[in-house]
Design a protein around this ligand. Structure first.
Ligand SMILES: Nc1nc2c(ncn2[C@@H]2O[C@H](COP(=O)(O)OP(=O)(O)O)[C@@H](O)[C@H]2O)c(=O)[nH]1
Ligand SMILES: [Mg+2]
Length: 283
Protein backbone atom coordinates (compact mmCIF):
# COMPACT_ATOMS: atom_id res chain seq x y z
CA UNK A 1 0.00 0.00 0.00
CA UNK A 2 1.72 3.13 -1.17
CA UNK A 3 0.45 6.11 0.83
CA UNK A 4 1.74 9.67 0.70
CA UNK A 5 -0.12 12.69 1.94
CA UNK A 6 1.64 16.00 2.38
CA UNK A 7 -0.69 18.70 1.06
CA UNK A 8 0.50 22.30 0.76
CA UNK A 9 -1.26 23.44 3.92
CA UNK A 10 1.00 21.12 5.94
CA UNK A 11 4.20 22.59 4.51
CA UNK A 12 2.74 26.02 5.31
CA UNK A 13 1.87 24.93 8.85
CA UNK A 14 5.39 23.65 9.37
CA UNK A 15 6.76 27.07 8.38
CA UNK A 16 4.32 28.70 10.81
CA UNK A 17 5.49 26.38 13.60
CA UNK A 18 9.09 27.21 12.80
CA UNK A 19 8.41 30.96 12.83
CA UNK A 20 6.62 30.82 16.18
CA UNK A 21 9.18 28.61 17.84
CA UNK A 22 11.22 31.56 19.11
CA UNK A 23 8.15 32.91 20.94
CA UNK A 24 7.52 29.82 23.03
CA UNK A 25 9.09 28.38 26.19
CA UNK A 26 7.86 24.86 25.74
CA UNK A 27 6.66 22.57 22.98
CA UNK A 28 3.98 19.96 23.59
CA UNK A 29 3.77 17.20 21.03
CA UNK A 30 0.41 15.45 21.14
CA UNK A 31 0.80 11.81 20.06
CA UNK A 32 -1.83 9.15 19.59
CA UNK A 33 -1.34 6.62 22.40
CA UNK A 34 -2.22 3.76 20.05
CA UNK A 35 0.76 4.65 17.82
CA UNK A 36 3.40 6.51 19.87
CA UNK A 37 6.08 5.75 17.29
CA UNK A 38 4.17 6.40 14.07
CA UNK A 39 2.47 9.54 15.35
CA UNK A 40 5.77 11.21 16.23
CA UNK A 41 6.74 13.53 13.43
CA UNK A 42 10.41 12.86 12.55
CA UNK A 43 10.76 16.44 11.23
CA UNK A 44 9.95 17.82 14.68
CA UNK A 45 12.98 16.15 16.22
CA UNK A 46 15.36 18.51 14.43
CA UNK A 47 13.01 21.49 14.71
CA UNK A 48 12.54 21.20 18.49
CA UNK A 49 15.99 20.02 19.47
CA UNK A 50 16.76 23.14 21.52
CA UNK A 51 13.32 23.46 23.14
CA UNK A 52 11.94 22.01 26.32
CA UNK A 53 9.36 19.41 25.45
CA UNK A 54 6.52 17.42 26.96
CA UNK A 55 4.96 14.52 25.12
CA UNK A 56 1.27 13.78 25.51
CA UNK A 57 0.05 10.27 24.82
CA UNK A 58 -3.49 11.30 24.01
CA UNK A 59 -6.45 8.98 23.40
CA UNK A 60 -5.00 6.79 26.15
CA UNK A 61 -8.56 5.55 26.68
CA UNK A 62 -8.41 3.82 23.28
CA UNK A 63 -5.00 2.19 23.73
CA UNK A 64 -4.16 -1.14 25.36
CA UNK A 65 -3.11 -0.32 28.96
CA UNK A 66 -0.49 -3.11 29.01
CA UNK A 67 1.20 -1.72 25.92
CA UNK A 68 0.92 1.84 27.19
CA UNK A 69 2.79 0.78 30.31
CA UNK A 70 5.61 -0.52 28.11
CA UNK A 71 5.73 2.85 26.38
CA UNK A 72 5.84 4.63 29.74
CA UNK A 73 8.84 2.49 30.75
CA UNK A 74 10.48 3.16 27.42
CA UNK A 75 10.15 6.94 27.74
CA UNK A 76 11.32 6.82 31.35
CA UNK A 77 14.42 4.96 30.15
CA UNK A 78 15.28 7.74 27.72
CA UNK A 79 14.39 10.44 30.25
CA UNK A 80 11.61 12.01 28.22
CA UNK A 81 8.60 13.38 30.10
CA UNK A 82 5.30 11.93 28.87
CA UNK A 83 1.79 12.32 30.20
CA UNK A 84 -1.11 9.96 29.49
CA UNK A 85 -4.25 11.89 28.63
CA UNK A 86 -7.83 11.28 27.67
CA UNK A 87 -8.77 14.69 26.34
CA UNK A 88 -12.41 13.76 26.08
CA UNK A 89 -12.85 13.01 29.78
CA UNK A 90 -10.00 15.18 31.06
CA UNK A 91 -8.04 12.35 32.70
CA UNK A 92 -4.38 13.38 32.87
CA UNK A 93 -4.96 17.11 32.39
CA UNK A 94 -3.94 17.86 36.00
CA UNK A 95 -0.76 15.80 35.57
CA UNK A 96 0.03 17.85 32.52
CA UNK A 97 -0.28 21.15 34.43
CA UNK A 98 1.94 19.76 37.19
CA UNK A 99 4.52 18.70 34.59
CA UNK A 100 4.50 22.18 33.04
CA UNK A 101 5.18 23.76 36.42
CA UNK A 102 7.94 21.28 37.15
CA UNK A 103 9.69 21.73 33.83
CA UNK A 104 9.39 25.54 34.03
CA UNK A 105 10.54 25.78 37.68
CA UNK A 106 14.08 26.80 36.77
CA UNK A 107 12.85 29.59 34.53
CA UNK A 108 10.45 30.87 37.20
CA UNK A 109 13.26 30.85 39.75
CA UNK A 110 15.61 32.72 37.39
CA UNK A 111 12.98 35.37 36.72
CA UNK A 112 12.25 35.69 40.43
CA UNK A 113 15.94 36.20 41.26
CA UNK A 114 16.09 38.93 38.63
CA UNK A 115 13.15 40.54 40.39
CA UNK A 116 10.92 39.95 37.40
CA UNK A 117 7.22 39.22 37.62
CA UNK A 118 6.23 35.73 36.64
CA UNK A 119 5.47 35.85 32.95
CA UNK A 120 3.02 33.41 31.43
CA UNK A 121 4.53 30.24 30.04
CA UNK A 122 4.08 30.14 26.30
CA UNK A 123 3.38 26.70 24.97
CA UNK A 124 3.02 25.53 21.39
CA UNK A 125 0.87 22.45 20.86
CA UNK A 126 1.92 20.39 17.84
CA UNK A 127 1.16 17.00 16.38
CA UNK A 128 -0.14 15.03 13.46
CA UNK A 129 -3.68 15.64 12.16
CA UNK A 130 -6.43 14.26 14.37
CA UNK A 131 -4.24 13.39 17.38
CA UNK A 132 -6.57 15.50 19.51
CA UNK A 133 -4.69 18.80 19.86
CA UNK A 134 -7.83 20.94 19.82
CA UNK A 135 -9.75 18.63 22.16
CA UNK A 136 -6.79 18.68 24.56
CA UNK A 137 -6.70 22.48 24.52
CA UNK A 138 -10.46 22.71 24.95
CA UNK A 139 -10.22 20.51 28.03
CA UNK A 140 -7.51 22.79 29.43
CA UNK A 141 -9.56 25.93 28.93
CA UNK A 142 -12.77 24.37 30.15
CA UNK A 143 -14.70 26.15 27.41
CA UNK A 144 -14.48 25.53 23.69
CA UNK A 145 -12.45 28.14 21.85
CA UNK A 146 -10.24 25.77 19.86
CA UNK A 147 -12.18 24.21 17.05
CA UNK A 148 -12.24 20.44 16.80
CA UNK A 149 -13.27 18.20 13.98
CA UNK A 150 -13.45 14.54 13.05
CA UNK A 151 -11.74 15.15 9.75
CA UNK A 152 -8.03 15.89 9.63
CA UNK A 153 -7.20 19.50 8.82
CA UNK A 154 -9.84 21.41 10.76
CA UNK A 155 -7.37 23.60 12.65
CA UNK A 156 -6.52 26.37 10.23
CA UNK A 157 -5.42 29.69 11.66
CA UNK A 158 -2.95 30.57 14.31
CA UNK A 159 -4.56 31.25 17.67
CA UNK A 160 -3.15 32.00 21.12
CA UNK A 161 -5.38 30.74 23.90
CA UNK A 162 -5.17 31.82 27.54
CA UNK A 163 -5.50 28.79 29.80
CA UNK A 164 -5.04 30.97 32.88
CA UNK A 165 -2.78 33.87 33.85
CA UNK A 166 0.19 31.47 33.90
CA UNK A 167 -0.22 29.59 30.66
CA UNK A 168 -0.77 30.72 27.10
CA UNK A 169 -1.13 28.13 24.36
CA UNK A 170 -0.77 28.16 20.63
CA UNK A 171 -2.79 25.56 18.72
CA UNK A 172 -1.23 24.53 15.41
CA UNK A 173 -2.56 22.62 12.42
CA UNK A 174 -1.71 18.94 12.12
CA UNK A 175 1.47 18.25 10.21
CA UNK A 176 2.74 15.03 8.63
CA UNK A 177 5.99 14.65 6.69
CA UNK A 178 6.66 14.40 2.95
CA UNK A 179 7.57 10.72 2.71
CA UNK A 180 6.78 7.74 4.92
CA UNK A 181 9.86 5.52 4.97
CA UNK A 182 7.96 2.64 6.42
CA UNK A 183 4.69 1.21 5.05
CA UNK A 184 3.66 0.22 8.52
CA UNK A 185 3.91 3.81 9.74
CA UNK A 186 1.73 4.99 6.88
CA UNK A 187 -0.81 2.31 7.61
CA UNK A 188 -0.93 3.04 11.32
CA UNK A 189 -1.53 6.70 10.48
CA UNK A 190 -4.32 5.65 8.14
CA UNK A 191 -5.93 3.28 10.68
CA UNK A 192 -6.09 6.06 13.25
CA UNK A 193 -7.35 8.64 10.74
CA UNK A 194 -4.34 10.93 10.62
CA UNK A 195 -4.50 10.49 6.86
CA UNK A 196 -7.62 11.50 5.05
CA UNK A 197 -9.78 8.49 4.12
CA UNK A 198 -10.54 10.10 0.75
CA UNK A 199 -7.10 9.15 -0.58
CA UNK A 200 -7.17 5.59 0.78
CA UNK A 201 -8.33 2.23 -0.49
CA UNK A 202 -10.70 1.47 2.39
CA UNK A 203 -11.14 -2.22 1.59
CA UNK A 204 -7.41 -2.81 1.41
CA UNK A 205 -6.88 -0.81 4.59
CA UNK A 206 -9.48 -2.88 6.39
CA UNK A 207 -7.90 -6.16 5.24
CA UNK A 208 -4.62 -4.91 6.72
CA UNK A 209 -6.37 -4.05 9.98
CA UNK A 210 -7.95 -7.51 10.13
CA UNK A 211 -4.55 -9.07 9.45
CA UNK A 212 -3.10 -7.12 12.38
CA UNK A 213 -5.99 -7.86 14.72
CA UNK A 214 -5.88 -11.59 13.87
CA UNK A 215 -2.29 -11.66 15.04
CA UNK A 216 -2.33 -9.40 18.06
CA UNK A 217 -5.93 -9.19 19.22
CA UNK A 218 -7.65 -12.36 17.91
CA UNK A 219 -10.10 -12.55 20.82
CA UNK A 220 -11.33 -9.00 20.30
CA UNK A 221 -11.91 -9.72 16.63
CA UNK A 222 -13.74 -12.99 17.29
CA UNK A 223 -15.90 -11.55 19.99
CA UNK A 224 -16.93 -8.35 18.22
CA UNK A 225 -17.79 -10.03 14.92
CA UNK A 226 -18.92 -13.45 16.15
CA UNK A 227 -16.41 -15.30 14.01
CA UNK A 228 -15.37 -18.81 14.93
CA UNK A 229 -12.01 -19.05 13.24
CA UNK A 230 -9.42 -16.38 12.52
CA UNK A 231 -7.19 -18.79 10.62
CA UNK A 232 -8.74 -17.60 7.37
CA UNK A 233 -7.40 -14.92 5.04
CA UNK A 234 -8.50 -11.35 5.86
CA UNK A 235 -10.73 -11.31 2.78
CA UNK A 236 -12.56 -14.44 3.93
CA UNK A 237 -12.97 -12.98 7.39
CA UNK A 238 -14.51 -9.91 5.75
CA UNK A 239 -16.96 -12.13 3.84
CA UNK A 240 -17.78 -13.87 7.08
CA UNK A 241 -18.52 -10.53 8.75
CA UNK A 242 -20.77 -9.52 5.82
CA UNK A 243 -22.77 -12.71 6.43
CA UNK A 244 -23.01 -12.20 10.18
CA UNK A 245 -24.02 -8.57 9.94
CA UNK A 246 -26.15 -9.00 6.83
CA UNK A 247 -24.17 -6.56 4.72
CA UNK A 248 -25.44 -7.33 1.22
CA UNK A 249 -25.92 -5.29 -1.92
CA UNK A 250 -29.25 -5.41 -3.72
CA UNK A 251 -28.27 -8.42 -5.82
CA UNK A 252 -27.28 -10.32 -2.72
CA UNK A 253 -23.53 -9.90 -3.12
CA UNK A 254 -21.57 -9.18 0.05
CA UNK A 255 -21.07 -5.45 0.58
CA UNK A 256 -17.34 -5.48 1.35
CA UNK A 257 -16.98 -1.70 1.24
CA UNK A 258 -19.73 -1.22 3.80
CA UNK A 259 -18.20 -3.87 6.07
CA UNK A 260 -14.75 -2.31 5.71
CA UNK A 261 -16.03 1.18 6.50
CA UNK A 262 -17.85 -0.05 9.58
CA UNK A 263 -14.96 -2.16 10.89
CA UNK A 264 -12.56 0.76 10.56
CA UNK A 265 -15.06 3.01 12.27
CA UNK A 266 -15.53 0.55 15.12
CA UNK A 267 -11.78 0.24 15.56
CA UNK A 268 -11.35 4.02 15.60
CA UNK A 269 -14.04 4.56 18.21
CA UNK A 270 -12.72 1.81 20.47
CA UNK A 271 -15.66 -0.54 20.01
CA UNK A 272 -13.40 -3.48 19.07
CA UNK A 273 -11.54 -2.90 22.33
CA UNK A 274 -8.57 -1.05 23.75
CA UNK A 275 -6.07 -1.68 21.01
CA UNK A 276 -2.50 -0.50 20.56
CA UNK A 277 -1.01 -0.82 17.11
CA UNK A 278 2.64 -0.77 18.14
CA UNK A 279 4.95 -1.63 21.01
CA UNK A 280 8.37 -0.13 21.79
CA UNK A 281 10.18 -3.34 20.82
CA UNK A 282 8.55 -3.37 17.37
CA UNK A 283 11.21 -0.85 16.34
N1 LIG B 1 -11.46 8.67 22.61
C1 LIG B 1 -10.82 9.83 22.51
N2 LIG B 1 -11.07 10.65 21.48
C2 LIG B 1 -10.40 11.82 21.38
C3 LIG B 1 -9.46 12.21 22.37
N3 LIG B 1 -8.97 13.42 22.02
C4 LIG B 1 -9.58 13.76 20.86
N4 LIG B 1 -10.44 12.81 20.46
C5 LIG B 1 -11.27 12.79 19.23
O1 LIG B 1 -10.38 12.79 18.10
C6 LIG B 1 -10.91 13.56 17.02
C7 LIG B 1 -9.92 14.64 16.59
O2 LIG B 1 -9.76 15.58 17.62
P1 LIG B 1 -9.22 17.07 17.36
O3 LIG B 1 -9.04 17.70 18.69
O4 LIG B 1 -10.05 17.77 16.36
O5 LIG B 1 -7.80 16.74 16.71
P2 LIG B 1 -6.70 17.74 16.10
O6 LIG B 1 -6.82 17.62 14.61
O7 LIG B 1 -5.39 17.20 16.58
O8 LIG B 1 -6.97 19.12 16.61
C8 LIG B 1 -12.24 14.12 17.54
O9 LIG B 1 -13.26 13.28 17.10
C9 LIG B 1 -12.09 14.06 19.05
O10 LIG B 1 -13.33 13.94 19.71
C10 LIG B 1 -9.21 11.32 23.47
O11 LIG B 1 -8.38 11.55 24.37
N5 LIG B 1 -9.92 10.15 23.48
MG1 LIG C 1 -7.25 20.88 15.64
Amino acid sequence: MNINWYPGHMAKAKRMINENLKLVDLVVEVLDARIPYSSRNPDFKELFKNKMQIIILNKADLADPNTTEKWQNYYASIDTPIILVNSKSGTGIKNFLTAVNKIMEKKFEKDRLKGMLRRPVKIMVCGIPNSGKSTFINKLTGSAPARTGDKPGVTKDRQWIKINTNIHLLDTPGVLWPKFNDDLVAMNLAFTQAINDDILDIEQLCRKLIEFLSKRYPDNLKERYCIGSIKEEPHDILLNICENRKFFKSKGEPDILKASTIILDEFRSGRIGKISLEEPNDF
